[in-house]
Design a protein around this ligand. Structure first.
Ligand SMILES: Nc1ncnc2c1ncn2[C@@H]1O[C@H](COP(=O)(O)OP(=O)(O)OP(=O)(O)O)[C@@H](O)[C@H]1O
Length: 504
């Protein structure tokens, strides 16, 4: 694989360069390559069935990277599992993936109850390690073989293992390093834990270009003071995160270019990038470019991109998610499966070499979501959007479309309008069910600074503003106010938790 060869070359020419920096530990390219050889040799000795993936468990330790590379160099894909994933779910992943080996990097015990998987700690692998010749590149995973398998939660709650091949990943890395201002040797922020595919957006473009990653751990995220001290030290040049994560940082006025003077690129994916957030970033970091990108895990992280310009901030109500990367074709289909004309809304279908071969061991689910169009792999995203002169606009997820009193509406559209109020910092709209019928909507809001004494006064003003933009049936009945909205471990707004709070 070209990307692995590049990492190898860099490790030989720049062995002392830092590859990954976490709070307590760093690893150089030289050590990353050498230690991953040891892991590869260990795995090769275990007689693991070909095609059987290796599970790697931990949280942003440098050794996680060592195990990822060790796995793929021994011809096995890896499944990254972050410590935020509950054991019961890990048990299910072990079973459904039929993985034979789990390497525990976390330093914590793993009480898996139902799994017969062989477990070994990283220390034990290291203790058995011997240095010798590099493994033959012929042994590395190649072409259509899986490089990694990432389990998405899926709205059904059943884990789905998205298989990403060497070719899928190479196409992604080529795009990132050709079409974005990612030159060699940059410092990347690594916010998303490795079990979420947003992490791939910083991990491999960084390693493929001799860059270094600065890890933001969950302890830092929980303690803003420590987070900001770390950010200051990080000297981040390329920022990759969810919009929710940067929104949280923006709440602190010191989040501006003095904190990160060398920051030149913001990359966002995974959620709507609100106009206001892009605007604030452009004001506070005038030297940095802001990119919005879009894509599902099933199409290898992201497949569209756009640099947000000042004009866009006034031109559009909701920012575009961008143009497709050159080897990708987008189709927008209506409910009858016909292509819709430009400007009209339809389901986004992604066609091309970024599209996964499907879900590991789940042929029915794969069949439902994936297909082949003109000989190329295609994925039905379940997202709605429209195209305007090749620019894709995201219009929400089909599963966030609801029917209330007979009216079809999109929760994200309502959120977009509420978010425009100067009294609102962040918002999520939640449907409230009676039985299996939606009875009303509730808006969970983080308010901006205001002078109202009572919450009902604030609610009244926001509702009045909304009444000018939305029909009455789309205005949430209840408004609840919070200091902050909960985030999932991957840094997206946690709708499920908010729903539980609202219902309680
Ligand atoms: N730039 C963007 N703007 C708006 N939404 C986005 C953007 N990028 C991605 N998304 C949304 O995120 C989805 C992809 O997310 P991801 O593959 O991480 O899994 P998920 O659906 O969020 O989580 P899970 O499947 O684990 O429940 C897309 O299908 C789309 O709905």
């Amino acid at each position: 694989m070209r990307m692995l060869s590049k990492i190898k070359d860099f490790a030989f020419t720049h062995p002392e360069a830092n590859a990954f920096i976490s709070p307590n530990k760093e690893i150089t390219y030289g050590d990353l390559w050498r230690q991953s050889e040891q892991v590869a040799r260990y795995i090769l000795k275990q007689n693991i069935g070909s095609g059987s993936p290796i599970i790697v468990y931990g949280h942003m330790e440098p050794e996680i990277l060592v195990c990822f590379l060790g796995s793929v160099k021994s011809g096995h894909a890896y499944i990254p599992i972050d410590i935020s994933i509950p054991f019961e779910r890990i048990d299910r992943i072990c079973k459904s993936s039929e993985a034979e080996l789990l390497i525990n990097v976390s330093g914590q015990p793993m009480p898996l109850e139902n799994s017969s998987i062989r477990m070994i700690t990283f220390e034990d692998v290291e203790a058995m390690a011997v240095d010798s010749e590099d493994t033959d590149a012929e042994k590395w995973v190649k072409e259509d073989e899986n490089f990694y398998i990432i389990y998405t939660s899926g709205s059904t709650g059943n884990p789905k293992g998205v298989q990403i091949s060497v070719n899928n990943l190479q196409s992604f890395v080529d795009w990132m390093t050709e079409d974005f201002p990612i030159t060699g040797g940059l410092r990347f922020l690594n916010q998303a834990p490795f079990s979420f595919d947003l992490s791939v957006m910083d991990l491999f473009p960084s390693l493929a270009t001799g860059g270094s990653l600065f890890a933001i751990t969950k302890e830092m995220i929980a303690r803003p003071k420590i987070l900001f001290e770390a950010l200051k030290k990080s000297d981040t040049q390329v920022w990759t995160s969810t919009p929710s994560f940067v929104q949280m940082c923006l709440m602190d006025p010191s989040f501006k270019d003095e904190l990160l003077p060398n920051l030149t690129v913001f990359l966002f994916c995974g959620e709507v990038l609100p106009v206001r957030i892009a605007h604030q970033l452009m004001e506070r970091f005038p030297k940095a470019k802001v990119y919005n990108t879009y894509g599902p895990t099933e199409a290898t992280v992201a497949i569209t991109f756009v640099e947000v310009t000042k004009e866009m901030l006034t031109q559009y109500e909701a920012l575009p998610v961008g143009k497709a990367k050159k080897d990708i074709k987008l189709l927008l289909l209506n409910e009858d499966g016909r292509e819709v004309p430009e400007g009209e809304k339809g389901e986004i279908i992604i066609i091309g070499p970024s599209v996964s071969k499907g879900y590991l061991g789940q042929p029915e689910l794969t069949e439902k979501a994936f297909t082949t169009i003109n000989g190329e792999r295609a994925y039905r995203t379940g997202d709605e959007g429209y195209l305007e002169k090749e620019l894709l606009f995201y219009k929400g997820r089909r599963d966030f479309q609801i029917k209330l009193h007979g009216y079809r509406m999109e929760l994200e559209e309502i959120e977009q309008h509420i978010a425009k109020s100067s009294l609102v910092k962040a918002v999520v709209v939640i449907p409230v069910y009676k039985g299996d019928k939606i009875e009303s909507l509730t808006a969970a809001i983080v308010p901006a600074k205001h002078d109202f004494e009572k919450e009902y006064q604030l609610t009244g003003v926001i509702k009045k503003e909304l009444a000018e933009k939305l029909p009455a049936y789309m205005i949430p009945k209840r408004f609840t106010f919070y200091q902050e909205l909960p985030m999932t471990p991957n840094g997206k707004i946690d709708r499920k938790q908010i729903r539980e709070k609202v219902i309680l």
